[in-house]
Ligand binder design. Structure first.
Ligand code: LMR
Length: 399
């Protein structure tokens, strides 16, 4: 049955962790996958999650199936976090939502929804560059992939003119994917004024926007600020689709908790869509896991846990900002002739260093620093102990 199956390549991001784990070299550093580490390089479990776990344990809940689309409470809490409590779609019931297997699962449900249910084009436009897994998620659902400009390599900033020009040319009724905040891999987002213009353009062209929001609260430490773009789009009358993940902002990576939602034009439309989403999910994995969503709900609905969560996110974003400064300073102190200003200009978990593929591969092969070949490093993996080594090696390969 399987004799013709060829060996597949390792995953561009998760394959790095596999290689890192295999390595026996003491120098090894994992700045590949976007997973937060504390300053000792250890995985971090949020205190609010530890507390929520205790509370859940005390409740001794059963393990029955939850509804195909998750609980109404969980979904509402997620959409409120994203769009803001009391936002018109929530007040009027003009949205539908389903628990998803983290952000990737939410994107995958969205891809099926577009493929099976939308009467628009089956074509999605990605920013360039974009997260390494986007193409796979959407092509597996049978969508055609296309691109628009996002990152300007010359200025290491958002290519506003390029993106407007490209989006202007997108055929009406196509889908456009946006990273809500902390763009992965570049760490470069449009400023608010530019989001406002993008929203108007998308509305005017009748495009369907799909927001990938994997970093709400992680980019600036402020949930409202990080949700500016999807909220602005909704305010302007765009019926957005949204993929939320709690992997990074609540550290629930392996629990796989996320939410997929759509803002609709009416309550009836939302109800019909939800009934179809149920059929899609039932055919893929039947119903979602219970533990992670209970943790999220526990934190989101309890003001005390929410407050702890916000403090923790503030501390995390401060550590990342500080380590960005350190890395830049060290490179400059080593006498690097390159301009490293973008290390401190970019936001969120990643730094798009500007290293070429050849330089990135050298860092891995010669120096045991595991980063993606596009030159992205996860700042969350840089610590006060390894920053000197990383700077020295980055300088070495860019001389
Ligand atoms: C990343 O970009 O490193 C993360 O989103 C993890 C993943 O699944 O790729």
């Amino acid at each position: 049955w399987w004799s013709d199956v060829e060996m597949g390549p390792p995953d561009a991001i998760l394959g790095l962790t596999e290689a890192f784990n295999r390595s026996k070299d003491d120098r090894k550093v994992n700045v590949g996958v976007g997973a937060y580490r504390d300053d000792n390089g250890e995985p971090y479990v949020f205190s609010c999650i530890r507390e929520a776990e205790k509370r859940l344990l005390a409740k001794a809940l059963n393990k029955e199936y939850i509804p195909i689309v998750g609980t109404v409470e969980f979904c509402k809490l997620c959409v409120e976090l994203a769009l803001g409590e009391g936002s018109p779609p929530i007040k009027n019931g003009n949205y539908c939502a389903a628990q998803a297997l983290s952000g990737t699962g939410a994107l995958r449900i969205g891809a099926e929804v577009i493929q099976r249910l939308s009467n628009g084009n089956k074509e999605i436009f990605f920013p360039t560059p974009t997260w390494g897994n986007h193409a796979r998620v959407f092509t597996h659902a049978g969508l055609k992939i296309n691109k628009y400009r996002h990152y300007d390599e010359k200025t290491n900033s958002f290519d506003y003119d390029g993106s407007l020009q490209d989006i202007e040319k997108i055929p009406e009724s196509s889908v456009v994917l946006f990273h809500a905040c902390a763009h992965n891999p570049t760490g470069v987002d449009p400023p608010q004024k530019q989001w406002e213009s993008l929203s108007k353009l998308v509305k005017q062209k009748n495009l369907l926007s799909f927001f990938d929001m994997a970093y709400q609260g992680f980019a600036t430490g402020d949930f409202n600020n990080d949700a500016f773009a999807p909220r602005q789009f909704v305010k302007d009358g765009n019926q957005i689709m949204l993929a939320q993940s709690f992997a990074k902002n609540l550290g629930l990576y392996g629990e796989r908790v996320g939410c997929f939602s759509i803002v609709t034009s009416s309550k009836e439309e939302a109800e019909s869509l939800l009934s179809q989403i149920k059929i899609i999910i039932r055919g893929m994995y039947s119903s979602p896991p219970i533990h992670g969503q209970r943790l999220v709900a526990e934190v989101l609905k309890d003001p005390e846990l929410r407050c702890i969560w916000e403090c923790e996110l503030g501390a995390i974003s401060s550590r990342i900002i500080k380590i960005r400064k350190d890395l830049r300073q060290k490179l400059e102190a080593l006498g690097s002739k390159k301009d490293w200003k973008h290390i401190t200009d970019q936001i969120g978990m990643f730094c798009f260093t500007g290293l070429t593929e050849e330089q990135a591969v050298r860092l891995t092969k010669e120096f045991e620093i595991y980063l993606t070949k596009n030159g992205r490093i996860s700042m969350a993996g840089v610590t006060s102990k390894n920053v000197d080594y990383i700077a020295k090696c980055m300088h070495e390969v860019t001389k």
